[in-house]
Design a protein around this ligand. Structure first.
Ligand code: SF4
Length: 293
């Protein structure tokens, strides 16, 4: 299989077969992000390369029903290219019924509702969007390249096209003193949309990130681990939509997941228990020892 650099996929895609169709990120400017530092540039995989991988995949696992396209944001590809990938994949994997991938909010901008419906008909569904937050100050500072209004507009198009999507929320992105307000602003926006999963990761700052430089320059301060947990609790409290909340993966010092709104109380109680049991320094030692996400 053609895999370049570290392969990232959401925890809930563990049972999907991975097929690389792009390398790296078209944006590559978010200050906190080091995920694709080992990929020299954004690259679109040639179809011949994708076909080689599909052939190999068919040999190893012919009954695959879902594939997850690898790359930071394969949804940036043109509608025609995405259609071609879905059609070729179906030729090799006859039981394939859905295709997922990571997407940026801006990847949806260039696609009409009609085009999104066409992609949905070809299997594109449950795409994962790293919205991170709907706090405009944080979005701008971190150079995310879109606003809270863009999240509403573009994800509203996905709703109109009946294409399901999941969100990644980045706990801690608003910076020290702003976490609770960031969570409230985000919940306000998420409540207007229909993410099937709201996945929360906690911000871990690595020395090779631009954000590390901003901290050294005194332009930004990291939230304490306690503050991050309270921010996550606030997000859960303020979410009013039916969604699955999931704090999974290495950036979280614990795994937490459940259905909202029915398990809201249970989820917030678990966070309270962690806060009562562990001191800031104990929580911090987890983060300090995290060398890789
Ligand atoms: S956070 Fe996502 S969009 Fe931003 S640079 Fe990293 S991979 Fe690209």
């Amino acid at each position: 299989m053609h895999f370049t650099g570290t392969v990232w996929r959401p925890p809930y895609e563990a049972w999907s077969a991975l097929v690389q169709v792009t390398e790296g990120c078209t944006h590559n400017k978010c200050k906190f992000c080091t995920l694709y530092n080992d990929v020299p540039r954004f690259r679109v995989s040639p179809i011949v390369e994708i076909e080689e991988d599909l052939r190999e995949l068919y040999t190893a696992a012919p009954d695959v029903t879902r594939i997850f396209l690898v790359g930071a944001n394969p949804f940036a590809l043109s509608v025609e290219r995405l259609k071609e990938i879905a059609n070729i994949s179906k030729q090799y994997l006859q039981r394939l019924d859905s295709v997922g991938c990571f997407a940026r909010v801006t990847d949806v901008s260039s696609k009409s509702v009609g085009e999104l419906k066409d992609l949905r008909a070809l299997g594109f569904n449950r795409i994962t969007i790293g919205v991170e937050t709907a706090d405009n100050t944080a979005l701008e500072f971190m150079s995310k390249g879109y606003s809270a209004d863009d999240i509403i507009t573009e994800c509203g198009k996905l709703d109109a096209a009946n294409m399901e999507y999941n969100f990644f929320y980045l706990t801690g992105i608003s910076g020290s003193g702003n976490g609770l307000a960031g969570a409230e602003k985000s919940a306000e926006v998420f409540n207007k949309l229909n993410p099937k999963i709201v996945g929360a990761s906690m911000l871990t700052i690595f020395p090779d990130s631009d954000l590390y430089g901003e901290i050294l320059s005194g332009n930004w301060r990291e939230e304490s681990e306690t503050e991050k947990l309270l921010e996550m609790k606030k997000l859960i409290e303020k979410l009013e939509i039916r969604t699955h909340f999931a704090a999974l993966g290495a950036s979280n010092m614990f795994n937490l997941h459940g259905e909202l709104p029915c398990e809201k109380e249970e989820l917030t109680k678990q966070i309270d228990e962690i806060l009562n049991r562990l001191s800031e320094s104990e929580l911090r030692s987890y983060r300090a020892n995290l060398t890789h996400l």
